[in-house]
Design a protein around this ligand. Structure first.
Ligand code: SF4
Ligand code: SF4
Length: 192
């Protein structure tokens, strides 16, 4: 393995590094071991270093998915961003006729909640929540830059599926196929 050392000490250097990620994650760097350090964004740099040093595509995808889910969960916990329910009716006035808010027609929901860890669902919030909390968008999650543009689009939009299906679709990496699958899902929504 060839070793590559990257040192990032300012936000400007961090922004430049993010712009070069498309190259670092490409096959051109498949025999390169990264050592990334610096004085800013230490947590993010460690995640990028780990992701870039995972050369197996499936394992890398799972690492990125896991880190993105954790990032959203930690942000939402720290900023108290969470949907509130009273007797299974959520606080959004537009959704008060349906049980379980915007999950109301998902075939995956159970009496004990959602059995999936779905990245796109974690990012989804209704207008009511947007006005109240200003939650994260996919653009705020830097580790998603390790994905190609079509994988990023899947990560943003692939709601209503199990984590296993989500990861399979990321492995395939086709946004078009994900859209076709989304249309077939409509026939399985239980309350439509
Ligand atoms: S995002 Fe909005 S509609 Fe969905 S459960 Fe939360 S408050 Fe209800
Ligand atoms: S997969 Fe998404 S839409 Fe379905 S129950 Fe879980 S959070 Fe709700």
């Amino acid at each position: 393995m060839i070793k590559k050392e990257i040192i990032i000490n300012t936000e400007e250097e961090y922004a430049k590094f993010k712009k070069k990620l498309w190259l670092y994650r490409s096959w051109l760097y498949c025999f390169v071991s990264f050592n990334i350090s610096g004085k800013v964004r230490e947590k993010e740099l460690k995640d990028f270093e780990t992701a870039l040093n995972i050369k197996n595509d499936k394992k890398r995808t799972r690492f990125i998915y896991d880190r993105a889910c954790k990032f959203i969960d930690e942000y939402n916990d720290a900023h108290c961003i969470c949907c509130e329910y009273h007797d299974s009716i959520c606080e959004d006035p537009k959704h008060q006729k349906m049980k379980n808010g915007c999950c109301w027609y998902c075939h995956l929901q159970t009496n004990t909640g959602c059995p999936s860890r779905n990245l796109a669902c974690k990012l989804f919030f209704c207008d009511h929540m947007w006005e109240k909390h200003h939650p994260l968008t996919a653009k705020d999650i830097d580790i998603l830059l390790m994905f190609s543009p079509s994988r990023r689009a899947i990560a943003r939009e692939n709601t209503f599926v199990t984590e296993e299906t989500f990861l399979r679709q990321l492995d395939i990496g086709s946004y078009g196929l994900m859209c076709i699958y989304s249309i077939t899902k409509l026939f399985r929504f239980k309350n439509l």
